[in-house]
Design a protein around this ligand. Sequence first.
Ligand SMILES: NC(=O)c1ccc[n+]([C@@H]2O[C@H](COP(=O)([O-])OP(=O)(O)OC[C@H]3O[C@@H](n4cnc5c(N)ncnc54)[C@H](OP(=O)(O)O)[C@@H]3O)[C@@H](O)[C@H]2O)c1
Length: 259
Amino acid sequence: MRNREISEMPLEYPAKIALVTGASSGIGLAITHMLLLKGWSVYALARREFTLPEGSGRLIRVSCDLLDPKALRSAVDRILDEMSALDLLVNCAGIGLFGPHEQLKPEDLSEMLRLNLEVPILLCRLTLRALKASKGKIINISSVTAEKDSVFGCAYAGSKAGLSKFSKSLLEEVRKSGVGVSVIQPDLTRTEFYESLDFEPDADPAAALLPGQVADAVAYILDAPENLVVEELTLRPQINRIRRKNTGTTRHGTPVPPS
Ligand SMILES: NC(=O)c1ccc[n+]([C@@H]2O[C@H](COP(=O)([O-])OP(=O)(O)OC[C@H]3O[C@@H](n4cnc5c(N)ncnc54)[C@H](OP(=O)(O)O)[C@@H]3O)[C@@H](O)[C@H]2O)c1
């Protein structure tokens, strides 16, 4: 049981099994919580420890740095080895780098592009056989910037545009096998995503989504009838307003240049 911790087992073993990345925080944590409440077994990948209130499901935390190719491969191999089936893959882990493109560090850009685009593509590759066997689903968490030009977030938007395009292309490739591929494109959502950035959603509740609202979109996709695949869902808050942290000034649009 190296690198992992298994929580209390419920009396009744749940039937559906999910693999969720980015499960320790924000949107991924909310999705994991929703799945546990619905009775799923969730293999939750992240580097950090985290806790969740008990649902009727089973939480299996797997500590893994997704940017370490060997650790990623061995985590997935171990999970596929041990579970009877896989019904759902949620690619949620991601980071954002914002600022004038010429000022961003090449090594930081490389990490973001790998985490936001390469890792989800690899995870789909590594789990597709199991998902085909169960006629399961893939849900990729992209961003509204996949389709919206993003000044000072060009590379982030590029990584998310790539993820959205990959998701839609993969759906065309695998839909005849009964696998559903969906992409969710949230706009500003109140999470730790903004902790290292110099802007954040405005405090007005109408200026940002809550992580649970993205989890509700995942639940909607999962509850869809068998003949229906939700290809893409874009979620936007009612108003579009961000706050610059150092000055407290607000403006419409996202993102803002670093100070
Ligand atoms: N918040 C927004 O406004 C917003 C809007 C649109 C789209 N999104 C997308 O939503 C997704 C989730 O973001 P969030 O807002 O929930 O941010 P968050 O709260 O910062 O969560 C990011 C998650 O990614 C994981 N992660 C980061 N680097 C990792 C690594 N090297 N290995 C393994 N896990 C790693 C983190 O886990 P550990 O640190 O524990 O490893 C954490 O669980 C991202 O793909 C983001 O691009 C967010």
